[in-house]
Write a protein that binds this ligand. Structure first.
Ligand SMILES: NC(=O)c1ccc[n+]([C@@H]2O[C@H](COP(=O)([O-])OP(=O)(O)OC[C@H]3O[C@@H](n4cnc5c(N)ncnc54)[C@H](OP(=O)(O)O)[C@@H]3O)[C@@H](O)[C@H]2O)c1
Length: 255
């Protein structure tokens, strides 16, 4: 009988997990999206959208759909859904793994400052007006309205609505991957003084980090939320190996 896998998504890795599982005949996978973006990327497996209703709602979903394994492949800066996944998996005794790409590490030439959150980022920008590239989610961007002296370049997947309440903001729409060459052109075209971003890890959004390094531009990185004490995989391959192990019957595993 086919095993049911729930992938919590919204990331490149979740899409890749879906592609791997779509090619298998022994599993049926569903990918769950929060439903934030207006036109999400195409997926290889069936998709459900919208919140579950906290830990209890997710636990109910796992029971109702007889989920055999849960892969939390959400973004490293999405701590609420990951905590809910941990709680629901534990309540229902569903095997679970968190697939989370490692953060970027600074290399020679990087001019990074780590800040706790957007409030500290706003404070650290200071009073003197600067040209700031905000490569953050729409929710975080709103906080920069408290520093209207800066000129902002704001990139998002969907339009920022309502726009940031500051006199100088420009918007660019885009979905990664973003290549270094084009990132460098963007930083130069807008005379960017500082980039504010998340330490997302992976290659899709690393182009701006490399471009900033090559231009000597400082980068302010929001600190990652703390990691939960759950089993983790750093790559899709590791998560797939874990799944193979979990799906083996006790007899297969020699138990
Ligand atoms: N935060 C980022 O920087 C970022 C970047 C790229 C992609 N994403 C993706 O965007 C989604 C939302 O991010 P967030 O920062 O708003 O998350 P969050 O703060 O951790 O989650 C807030 C609520 O959204 C719902 N939710 C989140 N992810 C879901 C999923 N995959 N399927 C169903 N419900 C989900 C849950 O609602 P209920 O409690 O009702 O279940 C959760 O409690 C995540 O799936 C994440 O992978 C986030």
């Amino acid at each position: 009988m086919r095993k049911h896998i729930l992938i919590l998504g919204g990331t490149t890795e979740a899409r890749e997990v879906g592609q791997h599982l779509a090619a298998r005949t022994d599993v049926a996978a569903t990918l769950s999206l929060a439903g934030r973006t207006a036109s999400p990327s195409a997926q290889a497996v069936p998709v459900r959208r919208g919140g579950f209703g906290g830990i209890a709602g997710l636990a109910q979903y796992l029971r109702d759909n007889a989920i055999d394994a849960l892969i939390d492949a959400t973004h490293p800066y999405a701590p609420t859904i990951s905590a809910h996944a941990q709680g629901a998996a534990s309540q229902t005794q569903t095997p679970m793994i968190a697939l989370c790409r490692p953060p970027w590490c600074a290399v020679a030439g990087d001019r990074w400052t780590e800040v706790l959150d957007v409030h500290e980022a706003v404070r650290t920008l200071g009073i003197k007006p600067q040209n700031v590239f905000l490569a953050l989610g729409r929710q975080e961007i709103a906080h920069f309205a408290s520093a209207p002296q800066h000129r902002y370049l704001i990139r998002s997947v969907d339009p920022v609505d309502p726009p940031l309440a500051v006199p100088h903001a420009r918007y660019v729409l885009g979905r990664g991957p973003f290549e270094e060459e084009r990132e460098r052109a963007l930083l130069l075209a807008h005379s960017i003084d500082v980039v504010v971003a998340k330490n997302s890890g992976g290659l899709a959004t690393y182009g701006k980090i490399v471009a900033a390094r090559s231009l000597g531009i400082p980068v302010m990185l929001l600190r990652r939320p703390p990691e939960l004490p759950v089993q983790r995989a750093a790559t899709v391959g590791e998560a797939m190996a874990w799944l193979d192990h979990v799906l083996k019957t006790p007899a297969d595993r020699g138990v």
